[in-house]
Write a protein that binds this ligand. Structure first.
Ligand code: 5GP
Ligand code: ZN
Length: 137
């Protein structure tokens, strides 16, 4: 299914031009317009899924394989020192385009891209409580 109001549906299906690194019948990989680092790309399915939880299992299974292959090409071509795969779901998690996509972000020593979080604190009791809630849902 495509969503006629969705910019990533239009980009993935070629209705809006993009700098495309890879394309097949299911996916398009494009360069991000606001890159975190040089070579930051987006893996976008051609069908509309709003986020990870909306993605069908077959497409979901292909995502990591495609991400691995393209990330490997980007890393070698640009001489990156490391690589982040980032995938945001929901506004609270930083998602701004509500069509599933995986960020492929090459990392360079001292690039200061800032893809990190401040480690918080927990307790053994809280960890047990969290585990119990997840186990018994
Ligand atoms: P999100 O915040 O939803 O995880 O990521 C959305 C990403 O899409 C951002 O990194 C943003 O720079 C990128 N983006 C938004 N609109 C466009 C566009 O029209 N073209 C391209 N190439 N990237 C876009
Ligand atoms: Zn879409």
């Amino acid at each position: 299914m495509k969503d006629s109001n969705c910019i990533f549906c239009k980009i993935a299906n070629g209705e809006i031009p993009s700098t495309t690194l890879y394309e097949d019948k299911d996916f398009r990989v494009i360069l991000d317009l606001g890159p975190a680092t040089r070579g930051h790309a987006l893996l976008i399915p051609k069908e509309h899924y709003k986020d990870l939880f909306d993605l069908d299992d077959e497409t979901g299974a292909k995502v990591l394989l495609k991400a691995k292959r393209i990330a490997s090409r980007i890393k070698t071509a640009l001489g990156a020192d490391g690589f982040n795969l980032v995938q945001n779901n929901g506004e609270a998690a930083g998602q701004t385009v509500f069509h599933f996509h995986m960020h492929l972000i090459p990392r360079y020593r001292d690039d200061h891209a800032g893809i990190h979080w401040k480690p918080g604190k927990t307790t053994p009791e809280e960890m047990e409580e969290v585990k119990r809630l997840i186990d018994h849902q």
